[in-house]
Design a protein around this ligand. Structure first.
Ligand code: PMV
Length: 346
């Protein structure tokens, strides 16, 4: 009976957006109102790991996240699983009877080696990993970014290493809403990422709910949607030219604009805490004391800061952070990241 179990394990990295995705024009297909750009981080410190198993002896589909059983009723999981199975059916000309694997139930075990749902892109890594593992399990190939997107929009960007764009696309069926690599993880070896974990608690409002509230109630959101295409083009150019100053300034502006539309939602959505705001002030004070932009911050839907900087400045910036947020006083955890590791790995 040993043959009657099929098992695949994969890991996938986190990505942190420098131009944020916020708002869906189609909830079911997970189509965004704007394109976004991100940097995929090294898997050494932050990654999702997923094992998927299929067996005729499993009575039902089941799933565990960080050791705790989760409901399989989640629409995101179902959409993702159904789409991969559909690919498999198409590969076998729709003949499900001769394809036992499609009839077998699956067990999914996923774990993150960092706080889940705390605004550290855990869902991006998790769904990218799930899409990739299921594709391996069912032995199908294709643009997996469109499948990962159905789980969590930002997950489509974790399918590639380095610098990645998720093109919002224009087709109604979402076929062109896919991610692509702008430059590989080896393109800018001096770039470093510092993650400052202000809180590892789950965020107060999930991104789906937050996006809906912003789209419905924020008057500033229309303006943001108009501004983003230009920022996307400019930041892509800055990445290709390794122009840190422009890259950093656009990154900070976009983060601030994203949190401004959250604040402009009714009721307002607060993802930043006082410590997050102190980090913002510290970065601006440091940059102005240097007379040049040396560090950029960006915050996702949570209080944790992600700082982009060049390797030569890591020592100075870390000691500044340790001075203002001494490890024994505040529970601010710091991870230094590079971009050396390629994206997903089986
Ligand atoms: O992919 P989601 O639904 O978890 O949304 C992610 C939203 C942000 O992290 C705030 C921005 C982004 O582009 O990653």
């Amino acid at each position: 009976m040993e043959d009657n179990i099929k098992c695949v394990t994969c890991t996938a990295p986190v990505n942190i957006a420098v131009i944020k995705y916020w708002g869906k024009r189609d909830e079911e297909l997970v189509l965004p109102v704007n394109s976004s750009v991100s940097v995929t981080l090294d898997q050494a410190q932050l990654r999702a790991k997923t094992t998927v198993m299929a067996s005729p002896s499993f009575p039902n589909d089941r799933m565990w996240l960080n050791g705790k059983e989760q409901s399989m009723d989640s629409k995101r999981i179902q959409n993702l699983l159904n789409e991969i199975k559909q690919w498999r059916k198409e590969k076998h000309n729709g003949d499900t009877c001769t394809d036992g694997l499609l009839m077998w139930k699956v067990h999914i075990c996923s774990e993150n080696n960092f706080p889940t749902a705390a605004g550290l892109a855990s869902s991006a890594a998790g769904y990218a990993c799930l899409a990739y593992s299921l594709a391996k399990l069912y032995n199908v190939e294709g643009d997996l970014s469109a499948i990962a997107r159905r789980g969590s929009g930002s997950a489509c960007r974790s399918m590639y290493g380095g610098f990645v764009e998720w093109d919002m696309g224009s087709q109604e069926d979402g076929s062109d809403s896919v991610s692509r690599q702008i430059a590989s993880e080896n393109h800018w070896p001096e770039l470093r990422v510092l993650l400052l974990v202000v809180s590892d608690q789950q965020k107060s409002m999930g991104s789906t709910e937050g996006m809906q509230a912003t789209l419905k109630t924020s008057q500033l959101m229309d303006r943001r949607i108009q501004c983003v295409p230009e920022s996307v083009e400019k930041i892509k150019e800055a990445i290709l030219k390794k122009d840190f100053k422009t890259f950093a300034e656009i990154t900070m502006k976009d983060s601030n604009q994203f949190h401004a539309v959250c604040l402009d939602s009714c009721p307002p959505i607060f993802y930043l805490t006082d410590v997050s705001k102190q980090i913002i002030q510290l970065v601006h004070a440091f940059n102005s004391s240097c007379g040049i932009t040396k560090v950029a911050y960006t915050f996702d839907a949570g209080p944790n800061a992600c700082l982009y900087l060049l390797e030569e400045d890591v020592g100075r910036v870390l000691s500044l952070i340790c001075h203002f947020f001494p490890p024994d006083k505040d529970d601010l955890n710091t991870f230094v990241q590079g971009l050396q590791t390629p994206s997903i790995s089986p």
